[in-house]
Structures are given as structure tokens and as C-alpha cells.
Write a protein that binds this ligand. Sequence first.
Ligand code: C5P
Length: 299
Amino acid sequence: MTNSVRVRAPGKVNLYLAVGARESDGYHPLATVFQAVDLFEDVTATTSDRLELTMTGRAAGLPTDESNLAIRAANLLAAHAGIEPRARLEIHKRIPVAGGMAGGSADAAGTLVALDRLWRLDLEPATLLSLGARLGADVPFCLMGGTAMGLGRGDALTPLLSRGSYIWLLITQRVGLSTPLVFDAFDATPGPPPEPPAVEERFARALAEGDTTYVVMNSRNDLAAPALTLHAGARQVFEACAHLALPAILSGSGPTIAVLCPDGETATSLGRYFREHTTADSCLAAHGPVCGAHVVDET
Ligand code: C5P
């Protein structure tokens, strides 16, 4: 019998993020390209007589009650299976909170995979994906991993061919950004209404060909302008990247900025530079794409 399951769930960066006009359900249609990166949340689920959650690592200020996305994932999965949600969840967080890297969604994805195994539900991947979509727009991608195009709310996924490996320097901020507020600021941008979003064909071809420089130089993020207006620290880092002619992208709704590096040594020395010259919280080297939430240990 399985008593404990440990799952790793990746964070993400958005290589492309085109946003359309807000719809009546309050969400915006997206055309995005996600890449999973090796900044992982570790989710351990252990048998227990009730549902409980503890968090370690980069977890400061996060609730562990019913509002936590991992608890919501456990309750949703148990309701789907028609069982009581009994398990002890321990999450070791590495992905910055409210950083635009889907940390909360990775917790939910990791919880779904861990409890599916602990409770011996053996659900189809498609079922986990649709349960994930009910928890948040980024949860399905944290389950799937790799590189994928997300349409609709970002949760209608198609895996994309992506050649080569991307080495990133992730520059995080101490104070995060609220995703809904960034979308509100996007809506308030003066000008004509946004076009229906689409991923350019040339961009997808560059991904498939492994033309990483083209990908990053032609990356698009419609949330970058509103996010950088709202966050002075991210703006400072972004401006420093432009000044140094570094290929940098804002991840999702920010404020994390990802700089494409030719190798790990460059990532380390650039990290030192940004720590010394900006108000960045931390500089982390990471690479992608990596696989989605998966079991790494079971006892
Ligand atoms: O789905 P999730 O809970 O992660 O989304 C957080 C918020 O981000 C939503 O409440 C909404 O305000 C905004 N959002 C959006 N359009 C999307 C995804 C998210 O407006 N496609």
C-alpha cells in the first residue's frame, strides 16, 4: 500500500502572450506559448485522517486554509472521485509567489497528481487536465509541461515541437503582482480594442527549428506594458536588460523577468550584476523545457 507520494511540478515562462478583449465571463482570450522550467514545487502527499497542508520554502504570507489552491485541488479531486479528502500535504515552494510563473498553479497540479496516486484513482490525463482547468487557467499546463500553445483562457493546450534547450536567468522581485490587477490595467490601456489573439506562424516555426534567439527576440507579451507600469522594480530590471541589449522577457503577468543566456556561467555572472545593481530579490538560473507534474518518489 502507498503511504506517501512525492511529486515535482514545474513553473513556467510565457514565450509568447497575446491578449484579446475581456469577455463576458471576465476572462481574456489568450494565444500563449508556455515553456515549463526546472524551478519545481515539491508536493508530498501522505495518508492522514483529515486534509491538512504545510508549506516550506518560498511560502511567506500564503494561506494554508480552504483558499489555498492545493487545498481546493484536493477537495475537487475527492469530490470528483466521491471520497473524503484525507491526506497530509507538504509543499516545498521554490517558485516565487505572485511572480508570473504559475507557482500556485504548480501546487495545484502537483496535488492532483500526488493524490491521484495516493488515493489510487488512476484517472486519465485528460480528466486531470479538465479538473485542473476548473482550478485556474495555468494548472493544465503545469500538468502537461514541455512547450505548449494555450488558447481560450490559456487552458486549451496543444503541445508544440520545440528543439533545443533554453538557459534562463530568472530575476524575481520581493513584492509580486496580482494577475487580475495586471489584466485590469491592460483593459484600461488607451487605444483601439485588441485584435483576436493568435500565435504567429513564423514564431512557431522558429521554436520547432530551435532558433532560440529568434524566439526570444520576437517574443511578445501584451501584459508587459501594464505590468511594468505597475511595478517599479520590474521596470528597473527590464530597462537594465534593454540597456545591456540582453534578450529578456516578462513572464506572464510578471514581475519575474527571464533573460536568455548562452550558458550557465553567463547566467551566474549576470545574476551577480542584477543583484548588485538593481532591487531584484533573487536571481535564479533555470532551464526549459522540462516535463510536467510527475511522481518522483513513492513509499
Ligand atoms: O484562472 P486564474 O485564477 O489563474 O486567473 C486569475 C485571474 O486572471 C482571473 O480572475 C482573471 O482576472 C485573470 N485572467 C484573465 N484571462 C485569462 C486568465 C486569467 O482575465 N485568460
